[in-house]
Design a protein around this ligand. Structure first.
Ligand SMILES: NC(=O)c1ccc[n+]([C@@H]2O[C@H](COP(=O)([O-])OP(=O)(O)OC[C@H]3O[C@@H](n4cnc5c(N)ncnc54)[C@H](OP(=O)(O)O)[C@@H]3O)[C@@H](O)[C@H]2O)c1
Length: 263
């Protein structure tokens, strides 16, 4: 896929952070932007800004941590006549803490948001993409998906899934007119850490801006990359850490994030 022009683009998690930054990068009079999230007021305010800047946009309020949320969203989109040409699976959330201290309810909600509804939305959108050709899927994973992350165990595992899932789909659809790209941001200055209850001390100076991450991800999709790690320091760290023994990697990460044991 070489351009976003004349495409209907669905962005999950458009209401803040990386998804919001991507939305504003996609301003263009030829596209239709479909914004998804739970924050209705914020999404409506964004639609007003986009329309004032000549870009067609519509907001859909959906809680993607609920069972069946993707099917319900897709049904509403279809009824309103939308056919998604570019799917940006960006919505996601983490939860910091030792595994047993995070409620099962929160854990399962995270799986539904980060995995189940991402897979379902992708499955539902692909038939139209195959018919149309010249389509794209951008899945937002994380550098956390390259290894187990103590105190973010389930979150990191969901991102490992997204990486493996995206890579496989890239290979299945590359010659069928659908580009599938996985974006792996490192620490990014958004609401993510606060929402996850993560300690951020020492992390802030390594954080990229959501705008930088958004631009990197959208470019990677247009270039047809399989996987893109945003930011050279993140790419280097990810590459170097693969050379270290697993036990050592885990020990270092545990020390960095181990504050959960002190609380
Ligand atoms: N920030 C980082 O350091 C970092 C690093 C690597 C990867 N990532 C990934 O980047 C993606 C975007 O996160 P961000 O950093 O931009 O964080 P963010 O500012 O918290 O944004 C998360 C977005 O996801 C949406 N969302 C959360 N729960 C949802 C739900 N139940 N249903 C529907 N939408 C929901 C939020 O919208 P509502 O609240 O309106 O629902 C919001 O628009 C996530 O997949 C995250 O895992 C972030």
């Amino acid at each position: 896929m070489k351009t976003f022009k004349h495409k209907t683009i669905l962005i999950t998690g458009a209401s803040s952070g990386i998804g919001e930054a991507m939305t504003y990068q996609l301003i263009d009079p030829t596209v239709k932007l479909v914004l998804v999230g739970r924050s209705e007021e914020k999404l409506r305010a964004m639609v007003a800004v986009l329309e004032a800047r000549g870009t067609w946009a519509q907001a859909y309020v959906a809680d993607l941590s609920k069972p069946g949320a993707a099917e319900e969203l897709f049904r509403r989109l279809s009824e309103d006549g939308y056919r998604v040409d570019v799917l940006i699976n960006n919505a996601g959330a983490g939860k910091y803490g030792r595994f047993d201290t995070i409620s099962l309810e929160e854990t399962l909600a995270m799986l539904r948001l980060n995995l189940e509804n991402l897979v379902a939305l992708t499955h539902l959108c692909i038939p139209h993409m195959l018919k149309r050709g010249d389509a794209g899927i951008l899945n937002v994973a994380s550098t956390a998906g390259f290894q187990g992350i103590p105190y973010m165990a389930v979150y990191a595992a969901t991102k490992s899934f997204v990486i493996a899932f995206s890579e496989a789909l890239h290979a299945e659809y590359a010659d069928k007119g659908i580009t599938v790209t996985c974006l792996c941001p490192g620490p990014t200055a958004t609401a993510f850490q606060e929402r996850a209850g993560m300690p951020v001390k020492g992390l802030r100076r390594f954080m990229e801006s959501p705008e930088k991450v958004a631009i990197a991800g959208l470019r990677a999709l247009l270039r047809g990359e399989v996987l893109h790690i945003s930011g050279t320091p993140n790419a280097l760290t990810a590459w170097l850490s693969q050379l270290a023994p697993r036990r050592m990697r885990l020990a270092v990460t545990r020390r960095l994030l181990g504050g959960a044991e002190d609380t």
